[in-house]
Design a protein around this ligand. Sequence first.
Ligand code: UD1
Length: 362
Amino acid sequence: MRKLKIISVVGARPQFIKAAPVCKALREHHEELLVHSGQHYDYAMSDVFFEQLGIPKPDFNLAVGSGSHARQTGEMMPMLEQLFEEQCPDVVLVYGDTNTTLAAGLAAAKLGISVVHVEAGLRSFNRSMPEEINRVVVDHVSDVLLCPTRASVVNLEAEGITQGVYLVGDVMLDTARFFAENIDSSATLDAFEVERDGYYFATVHRAGNSDSKANLGAIVEAFSQMDKPVLWAVHPRTRKNLEDFGLLEAVEAAETIHMIPPVSYLETVGLLRSATALLTDSGGMQKEAYFFGVPCITLREETEWVETVELGWNALVGADTNRILAAAASIQRPLSRPAVYGDGHAAEAIVAALEERYGGNR
Ligand code: UD1
């Protein structure tokens, strides 16, 4: 039996959610070291996810903190390079499309270490998004590309990537499936003083929206005219920009808007499941809304999760006040939700793919 030595690198909120089932599955038969880049560091953005989702304590924390893209990515790389050289892993495993993904993927590839990319092949076809650059680069230096959807496999094919590609399903569904049963929705609703189907749940954090006064202003305007309260879990960067753009007063004056700090995974799911609809520019939450049968209004012009739109569960409205309001006024709940994100066993499929590729078979 050959045990693989895997170094997994995480750093931002969505990566903790994805890592939870994968760490568990990997550690059943292989050796995993977990590295936290420190890209997210507040308790509410990081530690609470480790505690709730039972993610092992990171073996290393690079404490990189916030900064410009080049500084953040650049500071991580030499630390990762040194760690990879010292630890000599068989593979480095990265998730999604953040600066942490980019830094770890590049550092490993340059050392000739195989890169394994979970959530490969996603494309928004919008290169103004930092995440699009990160995912394109990482896919092109990856040895194993673990795709969540058929569309992501097709995207890779279109870029000439056909080797090492595995359709494994979406690991966020594994997490949702495993933890949803433990969530006491009524307690969460009571805690946030909302009623089932009596509110919209909202998140806004994309640079394109939160760093733009015009976009953030249009979103605030729409939220202030909604027909039900909008419970808005505000990312630290968005809160800061609301202040800097002079929009905080409008938010506080709006009767419909209820700002809350960033919420944990279990609170997020508890609030999402009972909402009339989700208003978001997050990628992962568009899918989570689909998993739980909640209509989504996406505050972007495009999505990587095209299935949610094609199946009628998601409307792309940009940061446009009128389109946001029109979408809220015509929310649909289609009759079917086919299993386009797999069966909730993606983590096992990932381990099987690694064993096939690297001969780690037991
Ligand atoms: C990052 C990812 C994005 C992902 C998101 C999930 C990149 C380019 N972006 O965006 O793909 O969807 O994480 O949330 O990697 N901040 C805090 N406390 C924290 C973390 C951040 O206050 O714990 C503030 C800082 O002011 C920081 C800003 O938020 O400058 C942005 O953080 P950063 O990690 O650069 O990007 P996100 O917007 O979180």
